[in-house]
Design a protein around this ligand. Structure first.
Ligand code: ZN
Length: 485
């Protein structure tokens, strides 16, 4: 993980390199300047956001709104136990089979799909999140960067070289990175062990406070350790950056054993989210279907998570009727589960049972008002059945209440379909503004301004947003000027 040594920070860049090297422009946070506790919260957020956006643009971040909501709710339930925390956290899932999770500056916490699939209970997954959250709240990353300050320059230079190499050869770039980073890792270990201990200790308290099983951290660590004990080559990234010693496990056990358990969390959402991740990472749906069909024939009382996964694999394989048969059963058992509602409604819609699909989604929205996944699903159905007014109304409320990015995107499409080009560009501008993509937002606002017609309300909104964005554009152009000799 990132904070154990700064290595995974660089690994994150290395990973990005492979994909981003085809892009013309790579924005690299300036590590030389960042290595200081003088860094303001705003600067920290800007750097974390920049990393996060690079991961997003490279297609590594899972965009499924149900998975996103799950991981954020889980993360926030832990964060909310930290009464003196004022920081905002963003949790996201990275499409990567390695068992790993990492914290970045500004409270951005990424969890790999591999780690979610390896965890057998929500408490195990929560234990890793709690550990990472602590790295952020205790400012471990900043402290490491401060210690690295004196050596930061050569490393930054090495990274820059690697980035340049990466434009033509990502393998070479990675090799250059690894050798530069290996030296750093050596010096970093001495003072990060204390951070790891602190992250475990505070993390376990956080787990218990949020109603999870505090023993889960020790059990997850020892399970991972056992599985990989004899296999150094395939050691998960998590274990390389978080060596699990018997000391660490027994410390975690001791700490947890003294804590009274407040409540046991509901596992349904965890299980169904894991099934979604599982199926989204499958290479061959047919093999998966063959295996689980046989199991299902032997015993129709499959575990709900396996049953749901089979339904999703059927959908991916366009076997909608088979999928519907399962989702119907699951909906009877879990009438209030958001993932099941969304999947069943999706199937009804594909099979042209539009009315039933819309009724189900509306019911779902009564249970989960302004829910992103359900609102988007219902809006898409409205768009496809040419109910543009309904779609517009629903999406306008969604973006008002939640600033949903997908909401702005879809709203832009609705307006474009309805022939309102001005509004379409305006909503796209908001979509970019929310992601701090100011130049792109400004371009959209210019298009919007050309298409306002006699709509004074729209033109004043466009002008207001231009005024809000202008200072950011000014700042960017000043930074670019400064960089040029
Ligand atoms: Zn750690």
């Amino acid at each position: 993980m990132l904070v154990r040594t700064p290595r995974s920070l660089f690994l994150a860049i290395a990973t990005l390199l492979c994909v981003c090297s085809t892009h013309a422009q790579i924005l690299l946070p300036d590590l030389g300047n960042s290595a200081s506790t003088q860094m303001s919260a705003e600067e920290e957020e800007a750097q974390g956001h920049s990393f996060y956006m690079q991961l997003k643009r490279s297609g590594y971040v899972i965009e499924d709104p149900i998975i996103n909501r799950y991981i954020n709710q889980l993360g926030q339930s832990l964060v909310s136990t930290q009464t003196n925390n004022e920081r905002e956290f963003t949790f996201f899932v990275v499409n990567n089979p390695q068992i790993n999770a990492f914290a970045m500056l500004g409270g951005y916490i990424g969890v790999n799909t591999g780690l979610i699939l390896a965890s057998e209970s929500e408490s195990e997954l929560a234990s890793v999140l709690a550990h990472e959250i602590t790295h952020v709240t205790q400012q471990h990353l900043l402290r490491i960067m401060e210690k690295m300050n004196e050596q930061a320059l050569p490393v930054s230079a090495a990274i820059l070289a690697a980035i340049l190499l990466g434009q033509s050869n990502s393998m070479l770039a990675e090799a250059a990175l690894y050798s530069a980073v290996a030296k750093q890792a050596q010096t970093a270990i001495g003072y990060t062990r204390a951070h790891e201990h602190e992250a475990d200790r505070i993390g376990i308290d956080m787990l218990a406070e949020a109603g999870f099983e505090p023993m889960a951290m020790a059990s997850f660590f020892s399970k991972l350790e056992k599985n990989y004990r004899y296999n150094d080559n395939s050691l998960p990234e998590y274990l390389r950056t978080h060596p699990i010693t018997s000391n660490r496990i027994s410390d975690a056990k001791n700490r947890a054993s003294g804590i009274e358990i407040k409540a046991v969390n509901n596992q349904d959402s965890f299980i169904f989210t894991r099934s979604r991740i599982n199926v989204s990472t499958l290479l061959k749906n047919s093999e998966f279907i063959d295996y689980w069909e046989k199991e299902y024939q032997k015993n129709p009382q499959l575990e709900p998570g396996d049953l749901y996964a089979l339904a999703l694999a059927y959908i991916a394989d366009s076997q909608y009727k088979n999928a519907l048969h399962i989702s119907k059963t699951l909906l009877q058992q879990y009438p209030h589960n958001m993932a099941i509602i969304e999947t069943h409604a999706h199937l009804l819609h594909i099979l042209s049972q539009h009315k039933d699909a819309q009724t189900l989604l509306k019911k779902g929205l009564e249970l989960y008002p302004f829910n992103n996944a359900l609102t988007l699903a219902l809006s898409k159905q409205y768009i496809e059945t040419n109910q543009l007014k309904e779609a517009r109304k629903l999406l306008s409320t969604l973006v008002e209440q939640t600033s949903s990015l997908e909401g702005y995107q879809l709203l832009s499409k609705v307006e474009s379909d309805a022939g309102n080009e001005g509004y379409s560009h305006f909503y796209l501008a908001l979509y970019y503004q929310k992601q701090k993509e100011y130049p792109l937002a400004m371009t959209q606002l210019r298009y919007a301004r050309e298409n306002t017609g006699n709509d004074f309300y729209l033109s004043s909104r466009v002008n207001d947003l231009m005024d809000t964005i202008s200072p950011h554009i000014e700042k960017i152009s000043q930074q670019t000027k400064r960089k040029k000799p």
